[in-house]
Design a protein around this ligand. Structure first.
Ligand SMILES: *[C@@H]1O[C@H](CO)[C@@H](O)[C@H](O)[C@H]1NC(C)=O
Length: 272
């Protein structure tokens, strides 16, 4: 029993020590830690500025790094967040600008009292919703990374979700999108023991198949509490007709931040 306890303590302190000098991010100096989970497919992982298999390296001012914005990397360590946010997560694709950094900077800009924003990138390009349901590898990764993210303190504030382009290729998948998405949200909230976890969901701007409007309709009709819908349809996409441009991603991040702040701002100021 005692051995077990000391082993547990050892492993916990191991995690803490290897974090980006956690001391300098202690709560009395940096305030609260607000954790956001990011999941979905390529437009969440970020393809802004990617042409062929190359990212152009341009980082807009709204996506700049700051010591106040962290990311949980693939090795489950915290580091100062930088573009491309999903570089080691969506590891087999070329990542560029996504909405995450613009979102985090917009949240930070909303008040001088915000504290630290911690991002947990989990999105994987080309994934259908069926690959995110409970029991799948991506679901398990999401839940595991969410749990690990709490070890350094802080509160999971929301899931940012941008997915569905791959479900537009078949009528059957488009038709079952609403039911599957509701199940995914319910399971995730239950497994994280966060029954009212806010979901900031992006309405599709594009798709791989003909049923984009069907999936968008399903997204709009999600019948659960605390699900906000941010419409990306107006945002310009790259020449591939699928991926949001860098400027679109900057805008989307700001729109998601506005949607979060409009409905859930109070959450940021409840005691941690
Ligand atoms: C990337 O490719 C490797 C080798 O095929 C595979 O093991 C890994 O799971 C892939 N990663 C993702 C995120 O799909």
């Amino acid at each position: 029993m005692l051995l077990l306890l000391s082993l547990m303590l050892l492993s916990i302190s191991g995690v803490v020590n290897s974090e980006l000098s956690l001391d300098s991010f202690s709560s009395h100096r940096y305030g609260s830690k607000h954790i956001f989970l990011l999941a979905g497919q390529s437009n969440m992982a970020g393809r802004g500025g990617v042409n062929g298999n190359k990212w152009n390296g341009f980082i807009p001012p709204q996506c700049q790094s700051t010591p106040w914005i962290h990311r949980l990397n693939a090795g489950l360590r915290w580091e100062v967040a930088h573009e491309p946010l999903h570089v080691d997560i969506d590891e087999n694709k070329t990542c560029g600008i996504g909405p995450g950094m613009s979102f985090a900077n917009a949240i930070r800009a909303s008040s001088s009292k915000i504290g630290v924003v911690r991002l947990v990138p989990c999105a994987i390009g080309g994934t259908k919703l069926s690959e995110w349901l409970r029991g799948t590898q991506h679901y398990n990764e999401l839940v595991n990374r969410a749990r690990v993210s709490l070890r350094g303190g802080g509160v999971i504030q929301a899931l940012l979700w941008y997915q569905g382009e791959s479900d537009t290729t078949s009528r059957m998948e488009a038709d079952s999108y609403k039911g599957k998405m509701e199940k995914f949200i319910t399971d995730l909230r239950s497994d994280l023991r966060l029954p009212s976890l806010p979901i900031i969901q992006v309405g599709l701007a594009s798709g791989e198949g003909p049923f984009v409007d069907k999936v968008r309709e399903a997204q709009r009709r999600i019948n659960l509490q605390n699900v906000a819908y941010v419409d990306a349809k107006c945002l310009p996409v790259e020449r591939d007709h699928l991926h949001l441009t860098t400027q679109s991603q900057v805008r989307l991040g700001q729109m998601m931040a506005n949607a979060f702040l409009k409905r859930f701002k109070k959450q940021l100021y409840t005691k941690q």
